[in-house]
Design a protein around this ligand. Structure first.
Ligand code: NAD
Ligand code: UGA
Length: 452
């Protein structure tokens, strides 16, 4: 089979690389309108950093895995077309700030209608509002001219930083489609692709709307757990309870489970906030304001946690960080990725810049230009310095903030860092990954999240 994927981003690239890797009989072409991105996929420096990704791309690129800007030809030749384009929060017009911006997905549908010649299976890989398949179907069928289209929903559940592991060994693959004989046949074709490496009992099939809604619901539930434990972290700080101990104690209840209970500076990433906002908007659209308010509180709590952290830094540093050097360790939204979209670090840095702090930032994978873009600063702004390592960033600092849980931050020589800082030397572990007792023995005024 010939497979085409429109969108060579964090999802399209790794997912298609895995399909090509596991299904050598299929040819997979990933296309994008962004030429620089396609060039990077064809180079040694891939545009997405993911442990294990280089190896599988190198093993298959040029054999049955291709990256190209020739969108039309790839669509024309494919039997199955994945749409894996971005679906950001709308910034204009009706629903601005909440609804999903579906212009890219609609452009894909129209492009497919325009250029393809025979029958096609079109797969929604992007995360979409429930019932989007209906619009895609309308666009394709209005322009069908005898061609037949089957729309499937196959949302992606990979997390960044563990994308390859998640794709290799998914908890489940979800495929939704029409419950007609033709729809079921299309579902089976996609089931067969995944069955090359995923046990069949982990391939779930549903109707289209359940599949679309399950993706938004999964992200909302995951984010809700983080907001719940972060809410408790504030109470821990007021009561001398320890949030890690509370999380462990509740997580051993098999009904609650231990995962996704790590208190932090707040969740980031391109999807949790956008998908919950989308869910909130949908609930309002369908006349369910109470349901909308319930899910919106997950985002409100996340905003509270990010600002609470910045406020705590300022109040601890004697209520002023003006002209003080504050070292920021970690800028990515989580470890093992170069992605900074909606990273909590952006909000915390902005709050501190507002207080006139001088920031020296180090992240092992995020380039300086990206940080400047995220902080909306020009190249020559002297309120931030981007450093090549943690020691340079922390030298002469009044405080160190750990904002991403990169493993290397656990291995640093904190005595060396302490010796080069102003006293009292403050350290705020925004990820609860450091040994606060050991840091206090060195002399740091160290605090974590949710630790009284
Ligand atoms: P991304 O921004 O990294 O990539 C999207 C790509 O689509 C871009 O390179 C863009 O140039 C391309 N594109 C847009 N319109 C196009 C068009 N008309 N023709 C060709 N290319 C076009 O986005 P992403 O992170 O890969 O996310 C894609 C979708 O997957 C989103 O709906 C997202 O919610 C969902 N998702 C993302 C993740 C994740 O971890 N990032 C996980 C699960 C699901
Ligand atoms: C998340 C989901 O985990 C994926 O299943 C989903 O496919 C994806 O969103 C998506 O739709 O885009 P991702 O955002 O890549 O994946 O990463 P997560 O591991 O979920 O982390 C999200 C944020 O929550 C990070 O900032 C992370 O640091 C934070 N987090 C996570 C916590 O603060 N505490 C936790 O216990 C877990």
């Amino acid at each position: 089979m010939k497979i085409c994927c429109i969108g060579a981003g964090y999802v399209g690239g790794p997912t298609m690389a895995m399909i090509a890797h596991k299904c050598e009989d299929h040819t997979v072409t990933v296309v994008d309108i962004n030429e620089a991105r396609i060039d990077a996929w064809n180079s040694v420096e891939l545009p997405v950093y993911e442990p294990g990704l280089d190896e599988i791309v190198q093993a298959n690129r040029g054999k049955n895995l291709f990256f190209s800007t020739d969108v039309d030809s790839a669509i024309r030749e494919a039997d199955m077309i994945f749409m894996s384009v971005n679906t950001p929060t709308k910034t204009y017009g009706v629903g601005a700030g909440r609804a999903a911006d579906l212009r890219y997905i609609e452009k894909c549908a129209r492009k497919i209608a325009e250029v393809c010649e025979g029958d096609k299976i079109v797969v929604e890989k992007s995360t979409l509002p429930v019932r989007t398949a209906e619009s895609i179907k309308r666009i394709l069928e209005s322009n069908a001219e005898g061609r037949k289209f089957q729309i499937l929903s196959n949302p992606e559940f990979l997390a960044e930083g563990t994308a390859i592991q998640d794709l290799q060994n998914p908890d489940r693959v979800l495929i939704g489609g029409d419950q007609t004989p033709e729809g079921k046949a299309a579902i089976q074709i996609l089931v067969d692709v995944y069955a090359a490496w995923v046990p069949e009992e982990r391939i779930l099939t549903t109707n289209l709307w359940s599949s679309e809604l399950s993706k938004l619901t999964a992200n909302a539930f995951l984010a809700q757990r983080i907001s719940s434990i972060n809410a408790i972290s504030a109470l821990c700080e007021a009561t001398e309870a320890n949030v890690d101990e509370v999380a462990h104690a509740i997580g051993t209840d098999s009904r609650i489970g231990p995962k996704f209970l790590k208190s932090s500076v707040g969740f980031g990433g391109s999807c949790f906030q956008k998908d919950i906002l989308n869910l909130v908007y949908l609930c309002e659209h369908f006349g369910l304001p109470d349901v909308a308010a319930y899910w919106n509180s997950v985002i409100e709590m996340n905003d509270y946690q990010k600002h609470r952290f910045a406020r705590k830094v300022v109040s601890t540093l004697f209520n002023t960080v003006s002209d003080k050097k504050i070292a920021v360790l970690g800028f990515a939204f989580k470890k093992d990725t170069n992605d900074t979209r909606e990273s909590a670090a952006i909000y915390i840095c902005k709050d501190l810049l507002e207080e006139q702090a001088n920031l020296s930032i180090y992240d092992p994978k995020v380039p300086e230009a990206q940080m400047l873009r995220d902080l909306e600063l020009g190249e020559k702004d002297d309120s931030i310095t981007v450093c090549g390592d943690a020691y340079e960033a922390t030298k002469d600092a009044h405080a160190v903030l750990v904002l991403t849980e990169w493993d290397e931050f656990k291995e640093l020589d904190y005595k060396k860092i302490y010796d080069a800082m102003h006293l009292p030397a403050f350290l705020f572990d925004g990820r609860n990954v450091l040994d606060l007792e050991a840091l206090r023995e060195i002399g740091f005024e160290a605090s974590g999240i949710g630790k009284g």
